[in-house]
Design a protein. Structure first.
Length: 296
């Protein structure tokens, strides 16, 4: 890759890593389902006026919107709201690559290579160690929800591959139209109309800026740059840069939120990243879509 394109890839990883800090800040002002609804609304409203229909059946847009938008983001935001640290969330969510491989083998009949099996085993061991640490820190439920979010993301990747959209940016833009109403309904049902109205009537600048960062900087800018790089280089060249997301996420969480990792979490994180590297660097990647969808 040219130096300027390496710089762009690192910029995207930084935008996506810092995004987890923005989510954590946003959760101080918004309940999780409402924050997710606003995130997608802020993406969809400006973008649909500039981006054409993705030339796929509406059922793909609807199904991907529900799985990727409602399920994945709902679980992620809820998990972080229930105590999962931002830095660790940025790491654990990368397990989507593992789930994508598993779903591709089970649902699409693709072959599992030895290096991928080794990577899945290694990364799973790292996640298990993180789970042991989170049990001690009483945020196991948050961890399980983020792992479930990664699983939903992995399944959404398979749906994206099956949709065969000629333009991924167009697809993800229109997918963002689906979640606002379901997420708003979940917010009213579980978080309550009173809390929703109280939140919207007492907005702070930190809350507003967090939504704008999550929607515009991380999603629109970050994803557009990622798609641009994937048009210039193969997924096997671009994808490994996604492993920098947790590095930036953990660093930003330490600087802004004061989060600290225990030695066990550092070792577990290293094992997880090593396993993910084995998966994304395996010959003939399972699917380019695995690393071409928008980060949270």
């Amino acid at each position: 890759m040219k130096p300027k394109h390496i710089a762009l890839a690192l910029l995207v990883a930084a935008l996506w890593g810092i995004n987890f800090v923005a989510i954590k800040i946003g959760l101080k002002d918004f309940p999780p389902f409402l924050l997710s609804a606003l995130r997608f609304l802020a993406v969809a409203v400006p973008m649909v006026f500039f981006v054409g229909w993705p030339c796929v059946s509406w059922r793909w847009v609807l199904s991907i919107g529900l799985i990727f938008g409602v399920v994945k983001f709902g679980l992620l935001f809820l998990g972080m709201d229930l105590g999962m640290p931002a830095g660790l969330s940025s790491l654990v969510l990368q397990a989507q690559a593992l789930f994508t491989v598993v779903f591709a083998v089970v649902l699409l009949g693709e072959r599992l290579r030895l290096v991928q099996l080794a990577g899945i085993t290694l990364a799973s061991g790292g996640l298990l160690l993180i789970g042991i640490e989170q049990v001690q820190e009483t945020s196991l439920i948050g961890l399980l929800l983020v792992v479930a979010a990664a699983c939903a993301w992995g399944y959404a990747n398979i749906l994206m591959k099956q949709a065969k959209a000629p333009n991924m940016l167009n697809l993800m833009t229109w997918v963002s139209v689906v979640p606002p109403l379901p997420m708003a309904g979940l917010s009213l049902a579980f978080e309550g109309p009173d809390r929703v109205l109280a939140t919207l009537s007492s907005l702070s600048w930190s809350g507003i800026l967090s939504v704008l960062y999550i929607a515009w900087a991380s999603t629109i800018v970050g994803f557009s740059l990622w798609v641009y790089l994937l048009r210039l280089y193969s997924a096997s060249v671009v994808a490994p840069f996604s492993l920098m997301v947790p590095i930036f996420g953990i660093a930003a969480s330490a600087l802004v939120l004061g989060e600290e990792l225990s030695m066990l979490e550092i070792v577990a994180g290293a094992l997880t990243l090593a396993g993910l590297l084995c998966v994304v660097r395996a010959p003939k990647p399972i699917t380019q879509v695995t690393h071409s969808v928008a980060r949270p």
